[in-house]
Design a protein around this ligand. Structure first.
Ligand SMILES: Nc1nc2c(ncn2[C@@H]2O[C@H](COP(=O)(O)OP(=O)(O)OP(=O)(O)O)[C@@H](O)[C@H]2O)c(=O)[nH]1
Ligand SMILES: [Mg+2]
Length: 322
């Protein structure tokens, strides 16, 4: 079915007026890697940069979605407009976990000050690392004061969330062996705030002590002038401790602004994005008709000993970029 071609500037205009259908349509264009993506990105650009971006990550079941929902409630109580992106890097399609999230998020379904969207990776060119910041931009341009990005902490995902967010919350829960996992996965390095959720369970204080101990061992956070990530205890399912989390986020935001780190982080993020898009574009050109013919010719020359692979790579790059 030929889908009606979207009038991108009109869509962006409607999204800026807070029309949830326009926001949803724009995020779909991002998620589907629509050919209109370039137009979307260009139209959004002048309206971005206003939102604070907060990432939530942690092992499956630690309480990210529950915490996100509780945070939305706390932020709405402050009269802030909130965007939520639930990103699932593991499943190619929205699966059961996200369905559960949707049910949990129904609390906010009728609130016009909240946009909620689940995203799956769907074999995106460049993966989620590439799609997520574009979706964040949609919510940013739609006037969200804060955008919460929830990602399940599997492998590379924490790092990707961290590179999308201004402030990264790392959630842990007692008795999940998280402490050791945390050290392994390097999440100590990416966390700006540690949240020990399920503090109603036994072992929460031990988890806090383990974290304190690990932080005392050194690393990025112990350098002079560095941000020292606070540890906050919550019971997300009862909405307890979320004000402390918000206070920690605010404090981190102040620090980011005061030290110039906000600008530095955002520039590093933009650079990574440009790099990812450039690489994806190069890869695409290598596999198109023109590129694969050039590659084939060069490969034959390498096999024949007429040139070497390094020189051939230079030649290919020159062919692709002219
Ligand atoms: N006892 C207790 N249970 C909690 C708390 N917060 C969340 N839960 C429960 O923990 C389970 C998992 O919570 P979710 O919010 O879905 O966790 P998640 O990290 O989003 O899970 P995935 O998205 O699957 O990785 C649910 O049954 C929640 O009700 C808490 O503070 N205390
Ligand atoms: Mg979840």
């Amino acid at each position: 079915m030929a889908r009606r071609v979207a009038d991108v500037p009109a869509l962006v205009e409607r999204a800026r007026d807070g029309d949830p259908r326009a926001v949803a349509r724009l995020i779909s264009l991002v998620e589907d890697a629509s050919p209109l993506l370039r137009d979307v990105a260009a139209a959004l650009a002048p309206h971005t940069g206003g939102a604070r971006i907060v990432g939530l990550t942690g092992s499956p079941g630690v309480g990210k979605s529950t915490s996100t929902s509780a945070l939305v409630r706390a932020l709405r109580a402050r009269d802030l407009r909130v965007g939520v992106l639930a990103v699932d890097p593991s499943s190619p399609f929205s699966g059961g976990a996200l369905l559960g999230d949707r049910v949990r998020m129904q609390d906010h379904a009728t609130d016009s000050g909240v946009f909620i969207r689940s995203m799956a990776s769907r074999g995106h060119l460049g993966g989620l690392a590439w799609a997520t910041p574009q979706a964040v931009r949609v919510l940013d341009a739609a006037g969200c004061d804060i955008v919460l990005v929830e990602t399940v902490g599997v492998g590379q995902a924490e790092v990707e969330v961290a590179s999308t967010a201004d402030t990264t919350l790392v959630l842990l829960a007692p008795g999940m062996g998280d402490g050791i996992q945390a050290a392994k996965a390097g999440i100590l390095e990416v966390a700006d705030v540690f949240v020990v959720n399920k503090a109603d369970r036994e072992g929460a204080d031990q988890t806090v002590r383990d974290l304190r101990y690990m932080l005392s061992l050194g690393g990025r956070h112990s350098e002079p002038g560095a941000w020292r990530p606070p540890i906050v205890k919550t019971v997300a399912s009862k909405g307890e401790g979320l004000d402390d989390v918000l206070a920690a986020i605010d404090k981190h935001a102040d620090w980011l602004a005061r030290t110039g780190q906000l600008d530095r982080r955002r520039r590093a993020r933009a650079a990574a994005e440009i790099e990812a898009i450039t690489l994806a574009s190069l890869r695409e050109r290598i596999t198109d008709v023109h590129g694969s013919a050039a590659l084939d010719t060069l490969a034959a020359r390498v096999v024949a000993g007429a040139t070497d692979p390094y020189t051939a790579a230079d030649d290919l790059l020159a062919t692709l970029t002219t």
